[in-house]
Write a protein that binds this ligand. Structure first.
Ligand code: TXA
Ligand code: MG
Length: 340
C-alpha cells in the first residue's frame, strides 16, 4: 500500500479510512500521532504492528470534545474539570479511571485507566468529529525513534504501513504532551511536557508529584512506555552539560577526525571556531526552540550515516527545559560528554 498524503480539504477521506478500520497519521501541536478508531480492536492492533510497539504499552485516546471522554470514564473531580477548562485543547494529557470494560485491552494494555488527550489542532479535531469516534494516538514513529514533527518524518517511518497522513506542516511544540495521572490521590506527572508542574499547581492549588519520570527513579515506571529505549538516532548522542567547557569538546573533536554532529545554542555556536569535521546545527536561543527542534535535528543526522557521534547541549531542566532534558536524556541513553 502506498501511503496517501492528505491536505486539510481531504479530511472526509481521512475520516472514511478511520471508520473503515484503517490507520491515519494526524497532526497535533506536539508531534504527529498515529490514529485508529479507538472503539475498533482490530484497528487498534494494527497500530502496534505498524509502529513495532510492545503490546503492553497502552495508547493515548485522542478526542475532539469532553463528552467523548465522559462516555468512558468515572465522573470527573473538580480538579479535573478545572484543568480541562484551562488546558484543553492543549498539551496536557490526563489519565482517568474507566468505567468497567469501557475500552478494549488493546487500548489500555489491561489497565483500569486510560490517558485522554484533546489536541490543539483544528484539522485533527475536525477529523475526529467527522469520524464520530475517539482515535488512539501514539506518536507516529517507528518505536524507539525520535517522534515525528512533520508529515515527512511520518512518511519516512511508516510509508506502506498506513493508509494516509494528514499533512498540516511542522508541529509547533515539538515534544509530546505532559502526561498527568489523575487516577491517584495526588496528581502525578508521568511525562513532562509544555504544560509544567507550576502551570498545573496554579490551577488546582495543591502540589503535584513530579518525581516519577526522573532519571534514575527506582520504581517501575508508571507510564509503561517510559521503560523502553526511546528517541534514539543511529548515532550515539552525548550530552554536553551546562558545567562542561565547549573548548574541551572542541579539543576532543580535533583528536577524532571523523564526521561529528553538534547541536548547540546560538550563543555557544558563535563563540567557537569549529573544526572542519563538525556539522553544527542550532537549537535556537532558549528551551522552547530547543524542544521544538530536538527530534527534527536528530532525524536530520539519521539521513547522514557517516555521523556516529552527536554532541547536544544540555540545559537547566526548568519549565519546558524539563521536557527537553527528559527527551534528550533518553536519546542519549544517559550518556554525557564527561564519560568520554
Ligand atoms: O503529545 C502526545 O501525547 C503525542 C501526540 C501524538 O498526541 N502522543 C504520544 O503518545 O506521545 P505515545 O503513545 O507515544 O506516548 C504515550 C505514553 C506512553 O509512555 C504510555 O505508556 C503512556 O503514555 N500511557 C498511556 N496510557 C497510560 C495509562 N493508562 N497509564 C499510564 N501511562 C499511560
Ligand atoms: Mg511515543
Amino acid at each position: 500500500m502506498e501511503t496517501l498524503i492528505l491536505k486539510q480539504q481531504q479530511l472526509d477521506q481521512a475520516a472514511d479510512f478511520i471508520r473503515q478500520g484503517e490507520l491515519v497519521a494526524f497532526p497535533t501541536e506536539t508531534v504527529y500521532g498515529l490514529g485508529a478508531d479507538a472503539t475498533n480492536e482490530t484497528a487498534v492492533k494494527k497500530v502496534y504492528a505498524a509502529k513495532g510497539r510492545p503490546s503492553d504499552n497502552p495508547l493515548i485516546v485522542t478526542v475532539s470534545d469532553i463528552a467523548m471522554v465522559e462516555k468512558y470514564t468515572q465522573p470527573f473531580s473538580d480538579d479535573a474539570k478545572a484543568l480541562m477548562a484551562k488546558f484543553w485543547p492543549g498539551s496536557l494529557t490526563m489519565i482517568f479511571k474507566l468505567k468497567p470494560n469501557a475500552l478494549s485491552k488493546a487500548v489500555t494494555g489491561g489497565l483500569d485507566t486510560a490517558a485522554f488527550r484533546f489536541p490543539k489542532n483544528q484539522a485533527t479535531l475536525d477529523l475526529i468529529s467527522k469520524a464520530g469516534v475517539p482515535i488512539v494516538g501514539p506518536s507516529a514513529n517507528t518505536s524507539g525513534k525520535p517522534s515525528p514533527t512533520t508529515a515527512q518524518h511520518v512518511y519516512h517511518d511508516l510509508n506502506g504501513k498506513i493508509a494516509a497522513i494528514v499533512d498540516d506542516g511542522p508541529t509547533t511544540v515539538g515534544v509530546e504532551s505532559t502526561i498527568l495521572d489523575m487516577s491517584v490521590a495526588t496528581p502525578s506527572i508521568l511525562r513532562p511536557g509544555a504544560v509544567t508542574k507550576e502551570d498545573i499547581e496554579a490551577v488546582i492549588h495543591r502540589p503535584v508529584i513530579d518525581e516519577l519520570h526522573h532519571v534514575g527513579a527506582k520504581q517501575t515506571p508508571k507510564a509503561p512506555g517510559m521503560k523502553y529505549k526511546h528517541y534514539a538516532p543511529n548515532a550515539q548522542v552525548y550530552i554536553v552539560d551546562p558545567d562542561d567547557d565547549w573548548h574541551d569538546v572542541v579539543a576532543w573533536i580535533k583528536q577524532h577526525p571523523q564526521p561529528i554532529g553538534v547541536m548547540a545554542f546560538d550563543d555557544v555556536i558563535k563563540t567557537i571556531n569549529w573544526p572542519d569535521n563538525v556539522d553544527v546545527i542550532s537549537l535556537g536561543n532558549d528551551a522552547r526552540t530547543a524542544a521544538h527542534d530536538l527530534f527534527a535535528e536528530l532525524r536530520d543526522f539519521d539521513n547522514h550515516p557517516a555521523y556516529k557521534i552527536i554532541f547536544t547541549q544540555g540545559i537547566d531542566p526548568k519549565g519546558i527545559g524539563e521536557a527537553y532534558m527528559n527527551r534528550l536524556n533518553k536519546s542519549a541513553g544517559q550518556m554525557h560528554f564527561k564519560q568520554l
